[in-house]
Design a protein around this ligand. Structure first.
Ligand SMILES: [Zn+2]
Length: 226
């Protein structure tokens, strides 16, 4: 599961090309029609390598051991990938694909894959995000909702704040009749350490506008549980 979090699938678009130019180190591999993009900055990578060498040594390992020689470099690149959300502006992602439309029914994007890092332990939490909104003159591209999730998730996070940030970003940008966000996630800091609850899932939700009405909220919850 953790290995998967090193893969970032997205379609090439104008914004990605812009980011490629900003950062020096960029590798894009095509895979099944999708593109995996790793980005890193050389200067930052060099500093991170030194820090991770010290950390590994402090934890009792020998960094010159064959299997560990390239580990600080790999972590340095992986961490920049996992924290790439700091380089993106989620509201701009939505604004880049806002269309005028009279559609006034619920739009649901469910089962968006989530990989994030808990800010208390820097261990992953992962799961699914379900987002709905009821348009009020404007709609956005469905892939943009997933990209907003990604932009907020690839940071040091707590699940509660992530839920609110996704909701507020859609609310402030599209100004819809209402927004609903539900996140179901498992936290490695709970599963690998601490209380060691192997299969507990944490659910958070946030609603605005029309979703404050019980009937609308129930319709959304029924549809995402199908
Ligand atoms: Zn934690």
């Amino acid at each position: 599961m953790f290995i998967n979090s090193f893969f970032y699938f997205c379609f090439f678009d104008k914004e990605n090309f812009k980011m490629d130019l900003i950062n020096k180190g960029t590798v894009a591999n095509s895979l099944c029609g999708y593109v995996r993009i790793d980005r890193w900055e050389d200067e930052k990578t060099d500093k991170l390598i030194e820090h991770y060498k010290s950390i590994i040594e402090l934890l009792g390992e020998d960094v010159s051991r064959e299997g560990l020689i390239k580990t600080p470099l790999r972590i340095a690149k992986a961490m920049q990938f996992l924290m790439q959300g700091y380089n993106s502006k989620p509201e701009d992602i939505l604004k880049s694909a806002m269309y005028k439309e009279d559609y006034k029914e619920m739009v649901i994007v469910k089962d968006i894959e989530l990989y994030s890092m808990c800010e208390h332990h820097m261990l992953p939490f992962f799961g699914k995000v379900h987002v709905a909104y009821i348009p009020n003159k404007y709609i956005t591209g469905l892939s943009k909702i997933a990209r907003v999730v990604e932009a907020f998730a690839r940071r040091m996070q707590i699940q509660e704040r992530l839920t609110f940030q996704i909701r507020d970003c859609i609310e402030n940008t599209l100004k819809p009749m209402g927004v609903a966000v539900v996140i179901e996630a498992q936290h490695m800091c709970m599963q690998m350490r601490g209380v060691q609850k192997q299969s507990s899932t944490t659910t958070t939700s946030a609603f605005t506008g029309a979703f404050d009405r019980v009937a609308t909220r129930d319709e959304f919850l029924t549809l995402i549980n199908k």
